[in-house]
Design a protein around this ligand. Structure first.
Ligand code: PMP
Length: 437
């Protein structure tokens, strides 16, 4: 049972607190009173250092779509490791992965990086370099990694978020005020609110950055009309439209942009395209991507990165993406629909206010009956936050690993029996919520 003061995780945590702030390296994997340390994973299961087994419904925050230790990915990575893990030269592996991505997305070219954070940073810098304009617009509550500009208004409180036109609020202490001045925060899924702000800053805006289904802003799909309006207004003012598909690329063979039928000017990618290894990418048409091109002298946007397009990542990523064919997406859609339906049914049976939203293999649990449309409607009351944390603990102790903020990301190795086990554990955990909150 978690927490257990005598567990190996607790003793690792005590040791880790000396050399790592918070006992680990990621705010997102910290949980109170101590994080659970992983030992190994296979398929859709992980085992912690105490030997507890979990069905992994977080999959390294959506990046593992084939689960853990897939034999083809091990083979691809191992083959490259034996040939050398990194070179001060380009390799064929990056051409192969770029070609696969260009066959699935309406893009010509790709630049690789090591994380989604870097991908978004490069996309914003590319938009500035291409347009010569300083400002960017992004949606309130949307997470795009930890670049100063991209993390503005990630978690504003109701007291700080302002009226219909959102106020740009710093996420991290020490954020320069100039950053806030250069970020226009727009409301998600509100055409009039977003387009009027975009037009008001029109001649200064380099781009509008949008995640078609922003996880932290509720994981509700954008209305098609909203994305179309962003497409139209960015064209009107001469700014670029940037889709952050770091997570949503796992929604379909052609990504979220294929599902919605909208072509952005730049797309950021990460997570699944690295086959389990660190990765990021920015992709777009030749005209925009020319900002990175050093073949005609110093580019508008020089970009390096010691480990960018690392061949181990590229080789594993290529195989991961090849395995992710149209049938794989059908399966992911089916298990996602089944888990969402099972959870929503459990909410009804237990008489608890709540809903599971999302699309495909991604879902998020809200302890609320409000229609969730955007960051503000998804914002939890204290009671909802209490219920979510009681629920998460109960789920963990029933062998299901989900994110502390209610996100689940499913994977291909999950069988129908695993799906039933997830739904059963959710139902039991909800019974516990009813009893205690
Ligand atoms: N964009 C989105 C939409 C994300 O969800 C994330 C990470 N969860 C990032 C960017 C940043 O990616 P990374 O963690 O690889 O830096």
């Amino acid at each position: 049972m978690y927490p257990d003061q005598n567990s190996k995780s607790k003793s690792l945590y005590d040791r880790a607190m000396i050399s790592l702030p918070g006992g680990n390296t990621r705010t997102t994997v910290y949980i109170k009173p101590y994080p659970i340390y992983a030992a190994r994973g296979a398929g859709c299961r992980v085992w912690d250092v105490d030997g507890n087994e979990f069905i992994d419904c977080i999959n390294n925050f959506t990046s593992l779509i084939h689960g853990h230790a897939h034999s083809s990915l091990i083979e691809a990575a191992a083959r490259q490791l034996a040939l050398g893990s990194a070179f001060g030269m380009p390799t064929e592996s990056e051409i192969d992965l770029a070609e696969l991505l260009a066959a699935r997305l309406p893009i010509d070219q790709v630049r690789f990086a090591n994380s989604g954070t870097e991908a978004v940073m490069m996309a914003l810098k590319a938009a500035r370099a291409f347009t010569g304009r300083p400002k960017i617009a992004k949606c309130e509550g949307a997470y795009h990694g930890s670049y100063d500009y991209a993390e503005v208004s990630l978690d504003p409180t109701p007291a700080a978020w302002g009226g219909n036109a959102p106020v740009s609020v710093a996420y991290a202490k020490g954020t320069p005020t100039n950053v806030l001045a250069d970020v226009v925060t727009i409301p998600f899924n509100d055409i009039e609110g977003a387009t009027s702000l975009i037009r008001a800053h029109g001649h200064e805006l380099a781009c509008v950055l949008v995640d078609p289904m922003p996880n932290r802003a509720g994981l509700v799909p954008a209305d098609k009309a909203y994305l179309e309006a962003l497409r139209d207004v960015t064209r009107e003012i001469g700014a670029l439209l940037v889709f952050d598909e770091v997570i949503t690329f796992r929604l379909g063979f052609h990504g979220a942009q294929g599902l919605w039928g909208i072509d952005p000017d730049l797309t950021t990618l990460g997570k699944i395209i690295g086959g389990g290894f660190p990765v990021g990418a920015v992709a777009g048409n030749k005209e925009v991507m020319a900002v990175f091109d050093p073949s005609r002298g110093k580019p508008a946007l020089p970009h390096g990165g010691t480990f960018s397009a690392n061949p181990v990542t590229m080789r594993a990523g290529l195989v991961a993406m090849q395995l992710l064919d149209r049938m794989a997406f059908e399966r992911l859609d089916a298990i996602g629909d089944a888990v969402r339906a099972g959870i929503n049914d459990s909410f009804r049976r237990h008489g608890v206010s709540g809903t599971a939203v999302g699309l495909g293999s991604l879902l998020k649990i809200h302890f609320s009956d409000r229609p969730i449309r955007d960051y503000r409607s998804a914002y939890m009351t204290e009671r909802e936050a209490r219920r979510l944390s009681t629920f998460n603990l109960a789920l963990l102790n029933r062998g299901i690993l989900a994110s502390s903020y209610g996100l689940m990301a499913l994977s291909l190795p999950m069988t129908d029996a695993d799906v039933d086990q997830i739904i059963g554990a959710v139902s039991d955990a909800l019974a516990g919520v009813v009893a205690t909150t």
